[in-house]
Design a protein. Sequence first.
Length: 108
Amino acid sequence: MTVSLVAVAAVMGGLARWRLTVISWRPLGTFVANITGAFALGVLAATAGDNQTIVGLAGLGALTTVAGLVDDAVTMRERGRASSANAYVVSTTVLGIMAAWIGLKLAL
């Protein structure tokens, strides 16, 4: 049963991320997915149990994407937008940490 739940959560997270990148330009979709996922993970961190592992690891792991972030940043750099790439990586990291912290505080 747990394997099925992990698979369903991963599919849902992956589809949500894919949808975000389809409805917006690529870096924005990845950015929104990462910040939203960080916030949700902060909320989830205030709970305990198997659901935390399934939703956090599979669902939010599939929603958020370091690989997408790196790919977006490299593409921006290759297109001569090094400053934008740097700002994108730094803002995603800083805002992601802030979003996780806010989610955690709201859930406690």
